[in-house]
Design a protein around this ligand. Structure first.
Ligand SMILES: [Zn+2]
Length: 518
């Protein structure tokens, strides 16, 4: 016993230079906590030199960033700095236990779960290996951290170390500019296992989204439902669907074999933006605005309409309605349906509408079918009609024709989804039905070497904002206006008139129907 004490005493008696100490602790954060990350990087890169470059670059950047932060924290904060580091070591140990043992991804939703977990639920996760993780990877490094005497060195040395670390980070960053596509694709998943950043960043993100969720939207003037007739609107929000690849819009390939028989009306339309959150907001907003006004589903729900939001996507403003059905909810309801594809959103739709206790129903289906880069994964095998398809996720490397084939198959599947929705709606007897399919934005597929979407609209090519706006309705008395260019804001006002709802906010200019009574 006294021998152990002796060894420990000698180990901790000599002060260690802060640079060496920071380097050792930084190395430990990589080896001790970030093996799942490095494994994930290896799995997501293709074999060969580029994969090794990415792996080494990430290890070097992690080392340099942690070295810099540990150095600064200890130099400037002394005991306070050490305490902050100790807390992160303890959380790292716990997080690693969950990542390894439960394959958890530490996303902002996951942090939400953590903050909303009661002790009784949390205690179910504790096990012997959990305690071992906590002691060996949490407590032991903390003891070393506090027991080691530090030689703080000179201010000049701190400056040199900081500059050197920053230089390395910058150099490695610049050397990896050609890997931005890889980074773009993998950051969401790999970012959720980088310790300690995953839980730090996602705690902040969770807090921000919680704040946004609780932000007060500006209420619109009260609306009135003017009759008891049974009326339903189904709004399908498309994902990255561009009108250029719809044969309904003149594409030479037959990508709409089903819809062309459905007597639908197509409008020439542009999206308000080129990315999901702004596109979806415009579809359910009453006018162009940066403010958070009451969105269509919330407004109608408050006005007494039965509102159903089914989604395989994300990015909409906060919903304050009773019926939000995500894929997991729908899978539990319809266990025989394949939850990988958007067909599940249409399952049992007519039955759901018929069983409503309200005379006015709004259903929104927020789909995700044409979302890149893995277009080939977004439709069932029987829709792989244009072949061969591109299966690489490195779009710039992809064969252009194969990329178009994969994308066109998603449009073919979208054709099926919208057609199936119409088929469901045809079974509703005694209901006046309006169906609108509008995409959130378009997509670039290699034109001018651009891929996907998200360029500022003023600079973006037309492919990123020319969107399909497809209408089907059951009332032969109603006629659609001759509209030169429809906007996403048309949805809001068209839904109001289609459900016979009167409101000061209604703007006939945006209504795609000729309404004599409005
Ligand atoms: Zn989108």
């Amino acid at each position: 016993m006294s021998r152990v004490k002796n060894i420990l005493g000698r180990l901790f008696s000599k002060p260690m230079h802060i640079a060496l100490f920071s380097a050792m602790l930084s190395l430990f954060t990589i080896v001790g906590y970030n093996i799942p990350l490095l494994r994930g990087v290896m799995e997501s890169t293709e074999e060969g030199a580029n994969g090794i470059i990415i792996l080494c670059s990430i290890a070097i950047i992690l080392f340099a960033v942690h070295m810099l932060l540990i150095y600064l924290l200890i130099y400037c904060g002394r005991i306070v700095g050490k305490t902050i580091i100790a807390i992160s070591l303890l959380f790292n140990a716990l997080a690693l236990y969950f990542i390894n043992g439960y394959e958890v991804l530490i996303t902002s939703e996951m942090m939400g779960n953590v903050f909303n977990t009661r002790y009784s639920e949390a205690s179910g996760y504790f096990s012997l290996s959990g305690i071992l993780y906590f002691v060996l990877l949490g407590i032991v490094p903390c003891v070393w951290l506090f027991k080691t005497k530090i030689d703080y060195g000179k201010l000049k040395q701190m400056g040199t170390t900081a500059l050197a670390s920053l230089g390395i980070i910058l150099l490695v960053g610049v050397a990896n500019l050609s890997n931005t596509l890889w980074i773009d694709r993998n950051v969401p998943r790999l970012g959720s296992i980088i310790l300690p950043w995953s839980y730090t960043v996602n705690t902040v993100r969770y807090y921000n989204s919680w704040k946004r969720l609780n932000a007060k939207e500006i209420l619109l003037p009260d609306a009135t439902i003017t009759n008891d007739n049974k009326e339903v609107c189904v709004v399908i929000i498309g994902e990255s669907a561009r009108s250029k690849n719809f044969s309904l819009y003149g594409y030479e390939r037959e990508t709409n074999p089903l819809l062309k028989q459905d007597s639908v009306v197509t409008l020439h339309a542009e999206s308000a933006a080129t990315y999901t959150t702004a596109g979806v907001k415009a579809i359910i907003d009453h006018q162009p605005t940066n403010k958070l006004y009451e969105i269509l589903p919330n407004y109608l729900y408050r006005s007494g309409v039965d509102v159903v939001w089914r989604t395989s996507n994300w990015g909409e403003p906060p919903l304050h309605i009773a019926n939000i059905e995500k894929v997991a909810t729908l899978k539990a309801k319809y266990p025989d349906t394949d939850e990988r594809y958007d067909g599940i959103l249409v399952e049992g739709l007519a039955e759901r509408i018929k069983s409503s206790d309200k005379s006015k129903v709004l259903v929104v289906l927020h789909t995700s079918t044409s979302h890149g880069p893995t277009y080939y994964k977004k439709y069932p095998a029987e829709f792989e009609r244009f072949t061969p398809v591109c299966t690489t996720v490195e779009m710039a490397e992809a064969d252009h024709d194969e990329l178009i084939n994969a994308y066109d198959n998603t449009i073919l599947y979208t054709d099926y989804i919208v057609h199936t929705t119409i088929e469901e709606l045809r079974t509703l007897e005694g209901w006046r039905v309006t169906m609108l399919f509008v995409s959130d934005h378009g997509e670039s597929l290699g034109e001018n070497n651009l891929y996907m979407h998200g360029m500022p609209k003023s600079m973006a090519p037309a492919e990123q904002f020319d969107i399909p706006f497809i209408v089907w309705h059951s009332d032969s008395e109603r006629t659609i206006k001759d509209i030169e260019l429809a906007e996403q804001y048309c949805v809001f006002h068209t839904v109001l008139s289609s459900l016979s709802i009167e409101s000061e906010i209604y703007n006939a200019k945006y209504d795609i129907f000729n309404n004599t009574n409005n």
